[in-house]
Design a protein around this ligand. Structure first.
Ligand code: SF4
Length: 458
């Protein structure tokens, strides 16, 4: 590629793993066009913040991050440029540009693939500020060479982007566009490249991964994609996240159960269990189906780690409906669970619903679920004491009584707990067998087994 750019770029990526991939794609495109990366914002010529705009706390975090970088830009006193990209930029566009005068360029989610051209215009166009917000239809391919963190053993892989579900509370379809699946051969190509670059665990993501393929001509099945990916030589772990219960089919569960290198881990964001609330949320799934999926998944995989996410305080969630959710959490005993308070987002159908719940009550309900789940997670973790788990070592422990931190197959990065390991001749990126010797509410503790240590350096 022709080198169009010069200088150093610092990228701050906020929000979810899908945003992180966009940041890696933008970094790769900038690098291929001649820029180098700056780890510290103070050392950069261009600061780029890839924002999240999903719910109120995420928006606040994004604004704070932009203001922090704006402050650095002011202090540096040279021609540093500030670029705001991502979901918040897509959602608020010119309004955001006007609110934060230090912003030189604002680009929406549809512009990820054109970032090098935008940065070039920024470097040549002088002091003119601009907002470029187009239709959010960008879909990465294997030709986009992502810039991965150095030494990474784990990478996310986006199998689709956007969402066509239109859940009543969610702004994602307007920020990220309609559901668009990547072609299976293109996904396979990227997965093979990732493995060739040293990645041992691939985590498949999308806004709704179980809707994969429905928009493509031959409607390729997610189960076929999983099988093909699991056959890649050298891929030690494959994990699927964001499995919407309305689209999770038996063949996907069977494939996960059958393939040795696919983690027996299901992330099933159900959001609620009361049928009236599920209907008002436009989740297109009933409590009966959710129960059935969980029963079937656990029947196929007795050692399954099941994760869910919930929303409390949705309009119309009466005390009785909330109690139903709380009872369901107690009965189902998820291995991992996250709970959000409902955030009223302008432009969504739910924003106009009556019977709103106060913030205080939402937080009370969130606390009630989290406290119920803390006991469950602790009890589930304790059942693992004495078991042998395969752990991917990811770093040094910050606790003096343990040497390493890593994740077993039951733990996804960032959202679940971690495993602390004592002793052992190991290195970051190794898979080791370990015996679990302790557990708390979220984390596991263990020791590396010397007798049968699978030590595979990357
Ligand atoms: S499935 Fe629903 S909650 Fe998830 S991104 Fe799509 S519209 Fe939003």
């Amino acid at each position: 590629m022709k080198k169009l750019l010069s200088g150093k770029l610092h990228i701050l990526s906020l929000g979810c793993a899908k945003n992180q991939i966009d940041s890696e794609v933008m970094a790769g495109l900038a690098w291929a066009s001649g820029m180098t990366m700056a780890e510290r914002p103070q050392d950069a010529d261009v600061l780029l913040v890839n924002t999240c705009g999903f719910i109120r706390p995420a928006k606040e975090e994004s604004i704070e991050a932009i203001l922090t970088l704006a402050q650095i830009k002011k202090q540096q006193g040279h021609a540093m440029k500030l670029v705001v990209a991502g979901c918040l930029a897509q959602r608020y566009g010119k309004e955001l540009l006007a609110e934060i005068p230090e912003t030189d360029l604002l680009v929406g989610t549809g512009e990820v693939g054109r970032i090098a051209g935008h940065l070039r215009n920024l470097q040549t166009a002088g002091p003119k500020r601009a907002a470029v917000v187009s239709r959010p239809d960008f879909l990465m391919t294997s030709r986009h060479e992502r810039m991965l963190p150095s030494g990474a053993a784990v990478a996310y892989l986006k199998i689709s982007d956007g969402c066509s579900n239109r859940c009543a509370y969610c702004v994602i379809p307007s920020i990220r566009g309609r559901a668009r699946s990547r072609r299976p051969d293109d996904i396979l190509r990227e997965a093979e490249t990732l493995v060739a670059r040293g990645i041992r665990e691939i985590i498949l993501i999308g806004q709704d991964t179980t809707a994969y393929g429905r928009d493509l001509k031959n409607r390729p099945a997610l189960s076929g994609l999983l099988s093909d990916l699991s056959g890649i030589s050298g891929l030690r772990r494959l994990r699927l996240l964001y499995a919407h219960p309305a689209h999770l089919r038996t063949d996907v569960l069977e494939t996960i159960a059958a393939r040795e290198n696919i983690c027996r881990y299901i992330d099933l964001p159900i959001q609620h269990i009361d049928d009236a609330i599920l209907h008002a949320m436009n989740r297109r799934v009933s409590s009966k189906t959710i129960w059935e999926i969980i029963r079937q998944a656990r029947g196929l995989m007795p050692d399954l780690a099941l994760r869910t996410s919930l929303i409390v305080g949705f309009p119309g969630e009466t005390p009785k409906r909330f109690e139903r959710l709380l009872d369901f959490v107690g009965e189902t005993r998820f291995d991992h669970l996250g709970v959000f308070t409902y955030s009223r987002e302008e432009g969504t159908p739910a924003a106009n619903l009556p019977s709103r719940i106060s913030e205080k009550e939402k937080e009370r309900r969130q606390d009630a679920i989290m406290s119920e789940q803390a006991d469950i997670s602790h009890a589930v973790n304790r059942t693992l004491i004495g078991s042998v788990q395969e752990v991917l070592i990811e770093g040094l422990s910050d606790r003096s009584d343990f040497a390493w931190v890593g994740r077993c197959r039951r733990q996804a990065p960032d959202i679940d707990g971690i495993t602390y390991l004592k002793n052992g001749p190991a290195a970051i990126g190794d898979f080791v067998r370990c015996r679990i010797t302790g557990a708390d509410h979220y984390d596991l503790f263990g020791e590396i087994l010397f007798d049968n240590c699978e030590k595979k350096s990357l």
